[in-house]
Design a protein around this ligand. Structure first.
Ligand code: CUK
Length: 638
């Protein structure tokens, strides 16, 4: 009967899948074609899932109290946050607010967070929407070093930095003259100075071409995109490169010499049919050292109000390899995704509208810049068919690549060396190792430690854009489905489904000992800190009033404080509790204020005391047996 069940499950799965595929392909106007049709995967997927269901050794099911082996940093999509997951359990541990306000911590409410987010002259937030896609972390010696993570906001072209000691966003930079900032990747070392074996730059791709400066011109022939380099420490934009085409994703080489972005719409179309008219687009390489030499030599211009140096990376200006700043390697039709193999040798671009992946040999790209390779496309060492809608690629550190097939709703595991052999003429080389159905329509995937030299080939997570029937229905919108796959063996094994709030794109997964989170803040990091409860009080300077307050469970340092109607108030709260996890909240009813202070943290809020009355300011974050009694009266006299 178990056998029968699997059969009928897989039959249902197959018919549902063919429906999904037909719909997805139809929407692309039949532009894609693939000769290699996967077969009988539905049955094998159902088989392995059921094998797991029978055993109870699934590592995704951690026992209560057990800790995960890996951290995952997930982008939140248009919720504008970064999320921290434990892997393999898939449990969401934290959301780190970056670009948009967050009610739990008071992000966008406190003066400190508003300063990071950016404000208008009237003090209100400059932006309250965002769209995060890609998260990456800082490197040292080819592995993550636990200092920073970076995340993009596509809507308003902002890059945020997360401190991985406190798991908080500490800086946000808006890229000048860029619209649709999409791909992001930190460098892994300096291209010139061997002592700098860690991240000092973050590269940011501009996806949409716009008039530069943006004066609202309809004539699109003058639209261009910019590729930006941001200083990882100061978070200032160091330089930008003017390019043809649009930047999609970004990858960096392990030697620090090259960064690249895959490009669709090299046609520079403004309508989708124009964006997919050409048979080949590009993977655009940037010679980092040469660009910085050009900037130093003053060979740049600036655009509009921006002071950032902009060098010319357009095709026409970079024909001579000996002086070229950029190199355009051709890649089939509207590629999506560029990923660096952990052996440091290759960048892989997936075809999206072509069923192929293109493998580019980085040493040959460098040869071209040195005048030793005649044609830049000679850097292509493989271009092999994988299936329909290839998007993103991850690695196991054992020579295999894993690529998401959006239209086929599959992950294909393929061997890079075998693909190169096949491409060079050995048609007996079998490069496809395995295929696994996923549910459904996968975008990004990533493997544990995949984009580092320490790729360990243990777990692979895949972000499925549609969960359809995998969870209880909750109305028209379903959660997305993050799936976990065991990639330690020859065959991939689906381990778990996890619903996630929409809508993550990209993520990284790394060993838990690579970060060293702090448990308590340092009072000295906060210039406004009220270091002693005795320093509490109300300081008045005309209408400007500063309220200085501390918290120590279960009380605030003042039982009440008095204001006058119309006062311009800044309230500073320092949490003097020293024990990890002993966080207090501070809510002022009717004043639209609530925020938290973690142990030894200081936060402040500013407001006009425009409503007279007695307001019970209370602790919103459960802290103590007398939590409900932890209050202070704000008395605003009429
Ligand atoms: S993009 Cu979303 S699935 Cu913005 Cu990385 Cu490919």
């Amino acid at each position: 009967s178990e056998d029968k069940k699997i059969k009928s499950d897989s039959a249902a799965l197959t018919s549902r899948r063919s429906f999904l595929n037909t719909a997805a392909i139809a929407s692309l106007g039949g532009l894609v074609a693939c000769s290699e049709k996967p077969s009988s995967m539905a049955a094998s997927a159902a088989g392995s899932a059921s094998a797991h269901a029978q055993g109870n050794s699934n590592p995704a099911h951690l026992k209560p109290g057990e800790l995960d082996e890996y951290y995952g940093l997930w982008s939140g999509g248009h919720t504008g946050d970064m999320r921290v997951l434990g892997i393999p359990s898939g449990r969401e541990i934290l959301r780190i607010p970056c670009f948009v306000p967050d009610a739990l911590v008071g992000w966008g409410i406190t003066n400190e967070s508003k300063k990071v987010m950016g404000t208008k002259p009237d003090g209100s937030l400059k932006y309250t929407v965002a769209d995060t896609h890609h998260t990456h972390a800082s490197y040292k010696d080819g592995n993550y070093d636990g200092r920073y993570a970076f995340i993009n906001d596509k809507i308003n072209s902002r890059i945020a930095r997360i401190r991985l000691d406190y798991f908080i966003c500490d800086k946000i930079t808006e890229l000048p003259n860029v619209q649709g900032f999409h791909g992001i990747f930190p460098d892994k070392r300096d291209p010139v100075d061997p002592k700098i074996n860690y991240t000092t730059r973050v590269f940011c791709g501009g996806e949409f071409s716009v008039p530069l400066p943006n004066a609202g011109t309809e004539d699109s022939s003058q639209y261009r995109s910019l590729f930006s380099c941001v200083d990882a420490e100061t978070m200032e934009v160091r330089w930008q490169v003017l390019i043809d085409g649009n930047c999609d994703l970004v990858a960096t080489s392990y030697d620090g010499k090259l960064a690249a972005t895959n490009q669709y719409n090299t046609e520079m179309g403004v309508h989708y049919e124009d964006m997919m008219s050409a048979e080949r687009d590009a993977c655009l390489f940037f010679n980092v050292a040469r660009i910085e030499e050009a900037v130093k030599a003053g060979k740049f211009k600036t655009i509009g109000d921006s002071k950032v140096p902009v060098v010319d990376g357009t095709h026409a200006a970079n024909k001579d390899p000996k002086t070229a700043l950029t190199a355009y390697v051709s890649v089939p039709k509207n590629p999506h995704g560029v990923n660096a193999s952990p052996d440091g040798k290759y960048f892989i671009c997936a075809g999206k509208l072509s069923p192929t992946a293109t493998v580019i040999d980085l040493s040959r790209v460098l040869d071209w810049f040195d005048g030793k390779l005649e044609k830049i496309d000679g850097a292509i060492v493989a271009e092999v068919e994988l299936g329909l809608g290839p998007l993103h690629t991850a690695f196991d550190g054992r020579g295999n690549a894993f690529t998401t097939l959006f239209l086929d709703s599959q992950i294909v595991k393929w061997n890079v060396a075998a693909a190169i052999k096949f491409h060079s003429g050995d048609k007996t080389a079998k490069y496809v190792v395995d295929r696994l159905d996923v549910q459904y329509q996968p975008g990004h995937l990533n493997a544990s430690q995949s984009e580092t030299k320490a790729a360990d080939g243990k777990y692979l997570a895949v972000g499925c854009k549609f969960s359809k029937d995998r969870f209880l229905p909750v109305g028209p919108l379903h959660p997305e489905n993050e799936q976990l796959i065991d990639i330690s063996g020859e065959k991939m094994v689906l381990m778990a489904d996890h619903p996630v709030r929409g809508e993550p794109h990209d993520f990284i997964i790394f060993k838990r000992d690579l970060v060293r989170p702090k448990q308590v803040y340092d009072l000295n990091e906060f210039p406004l800190a009220v270091k002693d409860a005795k320093d509490s009080g109300v300081v008045r300077n005309g209408k400007k009033v500063t309220v200085r307050l501390t918290s120590l469970a279960p009380a605030f340092s003042m039982r009440e404080f008095k204001l006058k109607k119309g006062d311009e108030v800044t309230l500073i709260l320092t949490n003097l509790d020293k024990i990890e996890d002993l966080t207090h909240g501070f809510a002022i009813p009717k004043y639209n204020i609530n925020f938290i202070v973690n142990p030894q943290e200081t936060a402040s809020v500013s407001f006009i005391a425009d409503k007279p009355g007695v307001f019970w300011c209370y602790c919103t974050h459960f802290c103590h047996a007398l939590h409900l009694e932890m209050r202070t009266r704000m008395i605003v006299e009429a």
